[in-house]
Ligand binder design. Sequence first.
Ligand code: FES
Length: 140
Amino acid sequence: MVIKFLKRSFFQRLLGLSATTKPGIDGCWNYADGKLTISLDKVLELNTPGGAIRFEGKNLPKRVLVVCTEDGEYRAFHNRCTHLGHRRLDPVPGTDTVQCCSLNKSTYDSGGNKIFGPAPHPITLYPVKKEQGNLIISVN
Ligand code: FES
């Protein structure tokens, strides 16, 4: 497999600045009873194939990166590279991979398996269900 790299500047990678943003509307998601629930009508990025958004803060116990694939499916990753710095991840356009935003660029396939870089372990994917206009992600 040919590994593609997300275009980021040296300083963006040095500082570990993720290309993926947080949602613009704070009230578009909540977390309760182990479930992250996202109102899809309020998160345009998740209605666009190739789009992604990151969820973190409030009472959410883990950072979560949600990607809408080119096929319109959803994947939810624990947004924490398994390499030392534990930096955030971004999807790489035109591929089915996610990549660490650091200089070392550890890259993972759609199943969370490391395919490039120094990360020692795979990343966790969380189960995703679509129900009545919501995405429901089991974060454990
Ligand atoms: S923190 Fe991801 S490669 Fe180092």
